[in-house]
Write a protein that binds this ligand. Structure first.
Ligand code: PEP
Ligand code: MG
Length: 323
């Protein structure tokens, strides 16, 4: 099966009735770009930059970050690379940030909250990103957005970085700007947020965790954690509709993007791009080519009316077993 899927390496991910989906890979280090390419990925939908900041005593400087980003961009060029600004905090500990011990780290001082508070850190990262943009097709993505003001603040900082580079006579490129939709408030406000950005990428790992109040890493409560829960599907649907209305790009980079069961729903909502762990790409491509947009839309409408995750899961198992 994997072999059959791999034989489609260079074929497009297109449904039987002509709907085209982009399948991209998630990476945590620039040297993983080659793995995405080898599985037929046509872009990087999530470059988690935390690795650059972890297991060390001080933050990486602008030049070190520039090296890492430009390497990934050059190797993927002209295909897109979505680079997410540092998503520290939560379960990802970074000692030199001196984050006080928190009772609820997942609800704590993390990601964009750090970025717009300790501006120097994010400013350095944004300078490195703008410099690297001349090497490829850069999308800059901000994590853990919960409100409109954070997007505005992050964009202000990006403009500041661009202004500084210009004044210093340092070469810079342009980038598309987007946000992760991974907090329920962002999904609920997607119609407003869409006016501010070029793209959304839905982070279903955190969106599921925060919607269902289930710690994503706690095995004991894993039966409560399900991205097919209708409440999660409704938030994804709202986000998708807002993206379509405002004609911005719609992607997904959480685990759900690589879940074969979820695929008809994601096609039915007309996602432009799904980004997943590279080995998942061939199978999702094979299934996409066996699906039709028309049928996927019917499946999506039915699933959105279901009463609980089990009902959705059983229904989707039945639907996808026919592929
Ligand atoms: C997510 O939350 O779905 C996501 C892709 O980000 P991370 O897993 O890095 O939190
Ligand atoms: Mg996340």
């Amino acid at each position: 099966e994997q072999e059959e899927a791999m034989s489609l390496k260079d074929a497009p991910a297109i449904t039987s009735d002509g709907f085209k989906l982009e399948l991209w890979g998630n990476i945590a280090h620039p040297n993983e770009v080659s793995s995405v390419l080898s599985f037929g990925g046509k872009g990087i939908g999530l470059f988690r930059t935390e690795f650059l900041f972890m297991n060390r005593n001080n933050p990486p400087g602008e030049d070190e970050q520039f090296e890492a980003y430009s390497k990934a961009l050059a190797e993927m060029n002209p295909n897109p690379v979505v680079i997410r600004t540092m998503d520290a905090g939560g379960d990802k500990e970074i000692p030199y940030l001196n984050i006080p011990k928190e009772d609820n780290p997942f609800l704590g001082y993390r990601a964009i909250r750090i970025g717009i508070t300790e501006e120097g850190l994010l400013l350095t990262q944004l300078r490195a990103l703008l410099r690297s943009a001349t090497y490829g097709n850069l999308y800059i993505m901000f994590p853990m957005i919960s409100s409109l003001w954070e997007v505005k603040r992050a964009k202000d900082l990006l403009r500041k970085a661009a202004r500084q580079l210009k004044e210093e006579g340092i070469e810079q490129g342009s980038a598309k700007i987007g946000i992760m939709i991974e907090i329920p408030s962002a999904a609920l406000m997607a119609d407003e947020l869409a006016k501010e950005v070029d793209f959304f990428s839905i982070g279903t790992n955190d969106l599921t965790q925060y919607t269902l109040a289930v710690d994503r890493g706690n095995a004991k409560i894993s039966r409560w954690y399900d991205h097919l829960h209708p409440a999660v599907l409704k938030l994804i649907d709202m986000t998708a509709k807002a993206a379509k209305k405002h004609k911005i790009e719609l992607g997904m980079c959480g685990e759900m993007a690589g879940d074969p069961l979820a695929l008809p729903i994601l096609i039915g909502m007309e996602f432009d791009e799904l980004s997943m762990s590279p080995p998942a790409i061939p199978k999702i491509k094979r299934l996409t080519r066996k699906t039709s947009l028309g049928r996927a839309k019917e499946i999506t409408q039915k699933a959105l009316l279901m009463k609980d995750a089990t009902e959705v899961r059983t229904f989707l198992e039945e639907m996808t077993s026919q592929l």
